[in-house]
Design a protein around this ligand. Structure first.
Ligand SMILES: C[S@@+](CC[C@H](N)C(=O)[O-])C[C@H]1O[C@@H](n2cnc3c(N)ncnc32)[C@H](O)[C@@H]1O
Length: 317
């Protein structure tokens, strides 16, 4: 087994090839987006074009899927993969002002390659508010695909969200008002469910797929690095790891979180904070060095913070 708790300064494909079958519990990753950034990466010996700099989206998606399909071998059947992917507007072609549909293309490629796509989580971001576009809306979200290699039996700890008071009031009103239109959900069953909520037999609901980390979960003040412009929100990473991995396996070993595109090491820092092991790769030497510093600087920093995600009482219906 390749050594754990190391970010390797190498190409992800080369690292993946050294990881044994069915050994990863959870993948949390964000690949280089299509034609958005030129990372400080030297071309490899074959002088291949950098991932993300392909001239057409089809080629980019094929290259990404080659990597993700090789991850299928190392992911445990009960494991999960979360892939954050951003949109790009065409710049180099005649369709200059159109979205290229990158997340949609990737989602279809996952489905067609036999993966099970359970959600595309909308991660609400407030970092784009200075976007100076004049002829369209500012995009303030990104998507994170929740994917498994098996259709069921994967580890998933459903966060149970307590109903908000205002929701309870509305449900109590609806439960007592038989004429309420229940959006075609089969009136009788729906009415029964409303009554059970109104009577407080059901007190919690499932978490929804639009995530605004500031609203939906207790946000910790993770240390912030300015070095990488496409970093993960560490609170989002925390949520993803929390729902998809137990802290320990039945044999007492720690669960193993993998990120093939570590950047400055956000996934490693959060995994370690949560008592999980990590492993990952980062091709750029500059980012890799930053990740080493980030890991060093945060070692031991979270010793008193060893809580697990708390989900807030959110509005519903
Ligand atoms: C979107 S960024 C990931 C940022 C990361 N989530 C973080 O929080 O810092 C993608 C990263 O992939 C790296 N990368 C690009 N091609 C790679 C490859 N073939 N193997 C490993 N890393 C690669 C880039 O250098 C870049 O840092």
């Amino acid at each position: 087994m390749i050594e754990r708790n190391i970010i390797y300064n190498e190409d992800c494909q080369s690292l993946i090839s050294k990881i044994p079958d069915n050994s990863i519990d959870c993948v949390v990753t964000s690949p280089p987006y299509w034609r958005l950034r030129q990372y400080d990466i030297e071309k490899d010996q074959n002088n291949k074009v950098q991932l993300g700099q392909e001239s057409m989206p089809e080629e980019y998606i094929n290259n990404l899927m080659y990597i993700f399909n090789s991850i299928r071998r190392i992911l445990k059947p009960e494991g999960s993969m979360f892939v954050n992917i951003g949109e790009t507007y065409y710049r180099m072609t005649t369709r200059k002002r159109s979205m290229a549909g990158i997340p949609d293309r990737l989602k279809i490629a996952f489905i067609e390659s036999g993966w099970y796509v359970h959600n595309d989580i909308i991660w609400v971001k407030d970092t784009y508010t200075l976007d100076p576009v004049k002829d369209r809306f500012t995009n303030n979200y990104e998507r994170i695909f929740f994917i498994t290699k098996t259709p069921k039996g994967y580890y998933f700890k459903q966060p149970r969200i307590p109903f908000a008071e205002s929701t309870l009031k509305r449900v109590q009103y609806a439960a007592s008002n038989k004429k309420t239109d229940h959006r075609g959900m089969g009136n009788d069953n729906y009415q029964k469910m409303l009554s059970r909520i109104a009577n407080k037999e059901i007190t919690h609901r499932a978490m929804r797929s639009v995530w605004d980390p500031k609203r939906d979960a207790t946000t910790l003040k993770f240390p912030y690095l300015t070095e990488h412009s496409a970093k993960f929100d560490m609170n989002v990473v925390r949520l993803l790891i929390d729902i998809s991995t137990p802290e320990q396996l039945s044999d007492g070993t720690k669960t193993l979180v993998f990120d093939p595109f570590m950047g400055v090491g956000s996934v490693a820092v959060v995994a370690r904070y949560m008592g999980r092991d990590f492993i990952g790769s980062e091709l750029s030497q500059a980012y890799w060095k930053t990740s080493q510093r980030f890991l060093d600087d945060t070692a031991g920093l979270f010793d008193n913070l060893f809580d697990i995600v708390e989900y807030k009482d959110m509005e519903i219906i």
